[in-house]
Write a new protein. Structure first.
Length: 327
């Protein structure tokens, strides 16, 4: 079954065709980074308007690359995300579903990220501990299989990616903050400044707000500090926490593997440290699968369609939608 996936939850306009829930026949992503860079972050109204302009060309390109006139089903992200952006993708998906007379299925964006490794690693061993880290979310999840998720911990304040963006803005490194900090940190000393590692004992939850404040206070106390040293110290603090909690979950729960997901999974230090911290296979998504894309939406939609059936056309966007959990 060829499923057309549509992703417009934030500032990436994406369309893809995935066959049998695993085989990516095409994947198109139109980035809006240049539109938002001058503001230091995503502007919701600008993102929504850009999706209106970019989505139809992306869908057309994805279908042409897959040599399809029409897919067997259409899947679109219904949440979480920016409500205006979600509306664009959902509206397009419903219109195409009715026009082509094919099923429509709404997809949880977070579950989409959990399906990225399913596409790239067909021999996955379950259960997996999944560390999902992005600009909007930081979650530690036990995945016993597709659709079977147990939340272990989450951020109590800022997401890891949000902290990267805020620190990058403070240091004058530009947007998006994650790649900017990662790039500058390679020339710095990660031990230059002793920044805090919050909630390291006991809990699987995360907190990065205090770390962000500590960076500001450090620069105030050391106005001539090298930006590379501050960036490296900050990045090391974030990665230390992420890796320590993920590794502890793998050990305590007897997981068969560790999987990274979300935009922060592209961070070079995190990708280097995570496999070293566990004795089980670590699944690192490709850079294309770390960031928002429609292939993961199509894969998740294919599974949901098979197990739950199509979604009603009355399905609306839910900007606060959370990962569907099982007991």
């Amino acid at each position: 079954m060829n499923v057309l996936g549509i992703e417009t939850s934030c500032d990436e306009t994406a369309a893809a065709v995935v066959d049998d829930g695993r085989v990516v026949r095409s994947s198109v992503v139109s980035s809006q980074i240049d539109l938002h860079a001058r503001y230091g972050g995503v502007v919701p109204e600008i993102a929504g308007r850009a999706h209106v302009e970019l989505l139809v060309p992306a869908i057309t390109e994805a279908l042409a690359a897959a040599a399809l006139d029409r897919p067997d089903a259409v899947a679109a992200t219904c949440g979480p995300g920016l409500i205006g952006s979600l509306l664009v993708g959902l509206s397009a998906a419903k219109a195409l579903s009715m026009s082509w007379d094919v099923p429509f299925v709404g997809v949880n964006h977070l579950e989409g990220h959990l399906f990225a490794p399913v596409i790239e690693e067909p021999s996955l061993a379950w259960p997996l501990v999944v560390l999902l880290v992005s600009g909007g979310h930081t979650l530690l999840v036990l995945a016993n299989g597709p659709g079977r998720y147990r939340l272990l911990g989450q951020t109590l304040d800022d997401a890891a990616g949000e902290a990267f963006d805020k620190v990058a803005r403070f240091l004058g490194l530009g947007y998006p903050g994650g790649p900017a900090v990662d790039r500058v940190a390679t020339g710095g000393d990660p031990a230059a400044y002793p920044l805090p590692r919050a909630l390291m004992d006991g809990s699987y939850d995360f907190s990065f707000s205090g770390l962000k404040t500590a960076v500001v206070r450090t620069v105030e106390r050391h106005p001539h500090a090298a930006t590379a040293d501050v960036a490296a110290s900050f990045q090391a603090a974030v990665v230390d926490v992420l890796v320590a909690k993920a590794a502890k979950a793998v050990r305590q729960l007897g997981a068969a593997g560790l999987c990274l997901g979300g935009g922060v999974a592209a961070n070079s230090l995190l990708r280097a440290r995570a496999p070293e911290a566990v004795e089980v296979p670590t699944y690192l998504p490709s850079m294309a699968m770390c960031t928002d894309n429609a292939a993961m939406v199509a894969a998740a939609g294919s599974w949901r369609l098979e197990h739950d059936g199509p979604s009603p056309l009355s399905l609306g966007p839910d900007p606060n939608l959370f990962l569907p959990l099982t007991t």
